[in-house]
Design a binder for this molecule. Sequence first.
Ligand code: UT7
Length: 355
Amino acid sequence: MITGVGGYVPDYILDNEEMSQIVDTSDEWIMERIGVKTRHILKPEQGSGVSYMMTRAVRQLLQKTEADPDSIEAVICATTTPDYHFPSTASLIIGEIGLKNAFGFDMEGACAGFLYALEAGANYIRSGRYKRIIVCGGDHMSSMTNYQDRNTCPIFGDGAACVMMEATTEELGLLDGYYRVDGEGYEYLHMEAGGSHQMPTHETVDNRLHYVFQDGRPVFKHAVTKMSNAVELIAKRNNLTKDDIAWIVPHQANVRIESAVARRIGVEEDHVMINVDHMANTSGGTLPLCLWEYEPQLKKGDRLIFTAFGAGFTWGASYLIWAYDGAKEAAKSPAQFYKEGEISREEWYKLRKNS
Ligand code: UT7
């Protein structure tokens, strides 16, 4: 079961006004087609690498859960933007925090990576050999975003979050999952160079092949269909009607995708976690960042369905029963993001921009 959540987003906020000065776009177009108003960006002068963000998220998790760092047995990181090809991001986090009894590794499932990592983590716990592990999800998307390509650059942001997973004898935690990869998505969503297939050369750099390439329309269609089908399958398999589902937690790629999935399932939008408007698409970070932000509203016994879709194509859905009342835990580390009702969003953006 999940017993805690930690998160981190960098301070710098890139809003649509600034985006419109970088590429030929507008706030109207981005809001209408994607639904993103602002995204957090990790600037080199603040820090670099996804490990910078994940380490901060893990520190917050340890502080909130008051877990003894020596009791952590594994760290699994879902990311497509590791600091290095090797060593793993997990090893950097373990070293930086000084976890003495942990092993760890990275998993690459693109935007569905956290879903897979959560399943892997749950199975380590189910095996009985491990009692307490941390699963991280996050990406430094700005490190592979082409800020000359208006088709992709408004979509992405940076951020990371993590969860603690522990054993339980109650009917709580990850109860079911449906996961798939079809290998048909390469042509629509990939980074061409930099791996062992096409090593970095002056030419690949000149041709800007070290950035995300996306053909948005087919990806959009596959995302809606595959996430909706996966959620439907999981709900049916577990005899869940729409009234049983407290929250759908979808990958945050585009507010139109999230709405379409909610409509297909028949779940009201106020039961769908959405933060793409101010977090954008943080790839492996979207699902845990939703939990981080919505933690105050989560109650023990809430039934959650996660769903995600990404390059590969990779996708799936999982069913989880939430294990604790989130309000008290969330209060331990006041969030640095917008909280509904306190001030208007516009005022908040202004304050953050000027801070
Ligand atoms: O996280 C992994 C999974 N990824 C996703 O789920 C993303 C899925 N795809 C999408 O979210 C959408 O397809 C996008 C947001 C990427 C694009 O939205 P769209 O409604 O599919 O737009 P489009 O690509 O069909 O482009 C429509 C028009 C084009 O102009 P023409 O050719 O019709 O004259 C584009 O050139 O919009 C133009 N356009 C823009 N205009 C202003 C594309 N990007 C921009 C822009 N600003 N930033």
